[in-house]
Design a protein around this ligand. Structure first.
Ligand code: CA
Length: 228
C-alpha cells in the first residue's frame, strides 16, 4: 500500500518542521505549504489524503480554505484537521461547522497529532468502504464501484443512464419519484429531454429486470415507485 499523503499548511516553520519529522517517522509522505493561496492550488490540483490546516495564514485564511474545499465536490471528502491557537474557541467551532473532521489546539505534542491523524484516516476509510457497497432490493443487486447490475447473481448489462435511473429508484424505494424529479436527478434536465424519455427508460429497465420488474410500480399521472 502507498503511504498516505499528508499536507501540512502552516506558516510557522518551526512547527511544520517538527510535524514533518514526526509524521515522516510514522511512514507518511509529508508535503509542506506556508501560504494559504498556494496551499489551495495544491489541494485542488492534487488532493492529499489528509490536510493539517493552520488557521492564521498569509495569502488566504485557513477558515476560508476550509469553506472552499468543503464546497467543492472534488475536495469535499479530503479529511481535514484544523490547528487552532489556544483560546481560539470560535475558530474551532467555525472550523467544525465548515466541515473540519477534528481540531488540535496549539501547543500540541507531536504524539497527539499522530494519534488524531490515525483516527481521522481510519474514520475516512470506513466511510469510504461503506459508501462503496452494493445496494440490494430483492434479488436485484447493484455493484456500485463495478457499475454492474446483478440479477440473482447473473450480470445484466445496463447503459449508464439505466444504471443511474435504477440506482435512484433503489435508493429511494417505497417512495414515489415524479417524472420531473427523475429528469432532474438522472438526466440533469437537459433541454432535449422530455418526460417521455423517463417512460422509455423505465420500459427498457423493466424488460431487463425480468421477474423483478414487477417491483417498479407506475403511479398514474405522477411517476414511478420501486417497492423495497
Ligand atoms: Ca499561523
Amino acid at each position: 500500500m502507498v503511504n498516505p499523503r499528508i499536507l501540512i499548511v502552516e506558516d510557522e516553520q518551526a512547527i511544520s518542521e517538527v510535524l514533518e519529522y514526526n509524521l515522516a517517522k510514522e511512514g507518511y509522505d509529508v508535503e509542506l505549504e506556508y501560504r494559504g493561496d498556494t496551499a489551495l492550488d495544491r489541494i485542488r490540483t492534487n488532493p492529499p489524503d489528509l490536510i493539517l490546516l493552520d488557521l492564521m495564514l498569509p495569502g488566504l485564511d485557513g477558515l476560508e480554505i476550509c469553506r472552499i474545499i468543503k464546497r467543492d465536490q472534488r475536495t469535499a471528502s479530503v479529511p481535514l484537521i484544523v490547528l487552532t491557537a489556544k483560546g481560539g474557541e470560535v475558530d474551532r467551532i467555525v472550523g467544525l461547522e465548515l466541515g473540519a473532521d477534528d481540531y488540535i489546539t496549539k501547543p500540541f505534542s507531536p504524539r497527539e497529532v499522530v494519534l488524531r491523524i490515525k483516527a481521522v484516516l481510519r474514520r475516512a476509510e470506513t466511510q469510504e468502504s461503506e459508501a462503496a457497497e452494493a445496494i440490494e432490493v430483492g434479488s436485484i443487486q447493484l455493484d456500485l464501484p463495478g457499475h454492474r447490475l446483478l440479477l440473482g447473481g447473473e450480470e445484466v448489462s445496463l447503459t449508464a443512464t439505466e444504471f443511474r435511473l435504477l440506482k435512484i429508484l433503489m435508493e429511494r424505494c417505497d417512495r414515489v419519484q415524479t417524472r420531473e424529479k427523475l429528469l432532474t436527478d438522472v438526466w440533469q434536465y437537459s433541454e432535449d429531454v422530455d418526460s417521455r424519455t423517463v417512460d422509455t427508460h423505465i420500459r427498457r429497465l423493466r424488460r431487463k429486470l425480468g421477474a423483478e420488474a414487477q417491483r417498479i410500480d407506475t403511479v398514474i399521472g405522477v411517476g414511478y415507485r420501486m417497492r423495497c
